[in-house]
Design a protein. Structure first.
Length: 515
């Protein structure tokens, strides 16, 4: 640790020589004064890493000195030491953003602990996180090889996301090692899904993991049966790490019961979100409600029939439920919903779809500025947190808590940052998604994709008799041979969805109960 320079102001500074000697022996340079005015003069002349102030000094009091120091060097941490336990003094000190507040008598180790907390916490956290992850590395590698069920993969993915966020926050320099381990896990997960997915969606699916069509039956209906006020909020394209980023913003208003579920393939809105709202696999929607299903080659919007699909699910289960549906594409839409909340109390269920993060991921692809702002997964999370903190979406959740609503917060799928192009050839009717393709004349290397040649057996509709689906795994994306180099350069590093990865398929499903 680099040597730090500390200023200590106390009118009884001579009595504190043992404390000062203790700190000097610990490697700190300590400058002392016995009044507030001298402290201010030194602060103007010399940069200090930390300041210790006695609250009860003659002339300028500790609080008066603190106020002026904060005007001069607002970022320098200040520890206040006082004999007084009066609450108003504590309030004033906290209001002036002190770093710590100690009550006399204090021993040297108390002061040392406070100094370490304020000057060395980043270094200490980084060292500890690095040490802890090194110990976990071998365990995680072993766990990757032992995962045999979706529950195993969900547990592993939670652990990887935890370490990703811990190591990023601690700035450990271990990100490359974790990225390699995460890539190894995604490769194994891709093979696992290729092996198991057909069993999950074909025939008897009683042993499959919780998937998109099961959300209402397993999570929504039980709450409605209890007669509780319920809001279902679907944030499009919302990953597990993004949920953990915004979770602290909601903790003041809600207690959380956190879970994850498995999105169906393709991990795209048309399929995954329609499956949530209908409680059906896509092929069932297309057969039972052909007027509500939009094929890939049609120009019509792919998610325009979500409210009618919700209605079909209630009808199919013979459940009488008064519900409302709201699609929020911007701040004005969220503000409008907040204003209308008082009119929604008559409903058994209210559903809101928030599209911001999906728009952000697409904007990142198309806008050079957004690419710069979200150049990494950590930056992508930071943008999500900033949006949520300052948007009416947070106000919406606050109002729902105030009105006593239980909230199910979930998503239709996640997204993954792609790096590796795979060549594919299709006709003009082939869809444009970079993580999955559906068409009748697809040309590709079957070893590089997960191919489904009989879509109906996997719960997927066939636009044509000979249609096939192919899915990209890990961080792959499909690129056409025409203008290949430009195409690869343009899309490498962008966030895409539709394929097979833990980020896209293992997504948050959180029940929020108002405090």
């Amino acid at each position: 640790m680099s040597r730090k320079n500390i200023l200590w102001a106390d009118d009884e500074i001579d009595l504190l020589k043992p404390h000062i000697l203790f700190l000097k022996n610990k490697g700190y340079d300590v400058t002392t004064v016995n009044n507030g005015r001298d402290a201010l003069e030194l602060v103007e002349e010399t940069p200090f890493d930390l300041i210790i102030l006695d609250e009860n000094m003659p002339g300028l009091t500790g609080l008066e000195t603190l106020s002026r120091i904060k005007q001069e060097v607002p970022q320098t941490p200040v520890i206040m030491i006082t004999k007084s336990e009066e609450e108003n003094i504590m309030d004033q000190a906290v209001g002036n953003k002190i770093a710590d507040y100690l009550i006399k008598p204090v021993n040297p180790n108390q002061i040392l602990l406070s100094i370490k907390k304020n000057l060395h916490s980043d270094e200490l956290i980084s060292e500890q996180a690095t040490s802890d992850y090194r110990q976990e590395f071998a365990k995680i590698s072993m766990q990757i090889g032992e995962c045999s069920t979706m529950a195993d993969w969900q547990e592993l993915y939670r652990k990887l996301v935890f370490w990703e966020m811990e190591l990023t926050a601690a700035d450990t320099g271990m990100g490359e090692m974790l990225a390699m381990q995460k890539a190894e896990a995604n490769t194994a997960f891709y093979k696992f899904v290729k092996r198991e997915y057909g069993n999950w969606v074909a025939g008897d699916n009683s042993h499959r993991p919780l998937m998109s069509p099961d959300i209402f039956k397993e999570k929504v209906f039980p709450i409605l049966d209890k007669g509780e006020k319920l809001f279902v909020v679907v944030i499009d394209n919302f990953r597990l790490d993004q949920w953990l980023t915004v979770k602290p913003l909601l903790s003041e208003y809600f207690t959380t019961d956190e879970d994850v579920y498995c999105s169906i393939l393709p991990t795209a809105t048309q399929y995954a979100r329609n499956a949530i709202f209908s409680g059906l696999m896509p092929i069932q929607i297309a057969r039972m409600f052909p007027d509500l299903w939009v094929d890939e080659d049609e120009d019509e919007g792919k998610n325009l029939n979500e409210s009618p699909l919700i209605a079909t699910q209630f009808e199919r289960y013979r459940r009488k439920c008064r519900f409302s549906y709201h699609k929020i594409n911007d701040s004005a839409g969220a503000s409008k919903l907040i204003r209308e909340l008082s009119n929604l109390d008559i409903n058994d269920l209210n559903v809101a779809v928030i599209n911001f993060i999906d728009m952000l991921s697409h904007a990142r692809t198309e806008s050079k500025m957004i690419r710069e702002l979200a150049s990494t997964d950590a930056a992508y999370r930071s943008l999500t947190e900033s949006w949520f903190r300052h948007s009416p979406a947070l106000d919406l959740f606050k109002r729902l808590a105030e009105k006593g609503y239980k909230v199910i917060l979930t998503t239709d799928h996640g997204t993954v940052r792609v790096e590796n192009p795979i060549k594919v050839v299709g006709d003009k009717n082939t869809n444009t998604n970079l993580r999955y393709k559906v068409g009748k004349n697809l040309s590709y290397n079957p070893k590089q994709v997960y191919e489904i040649k009989r879509p109906e057996q996997y719960g997927l509709p066939s636009p044509n008799v000979s249609s096939a689906y192919i899915f990209a795994g890990q961080r792959d994306f499909f690129a056409y041979p025409n203008n290949y180099n430009y195409y690869v350069q343009y899309y490498t590093g962008t966030f895409q969805h539709g394929g097979i990865s833990m980020e896209e398929m293992i997504v948050p499903l959180v029940t929020l109960s108002p405090k």
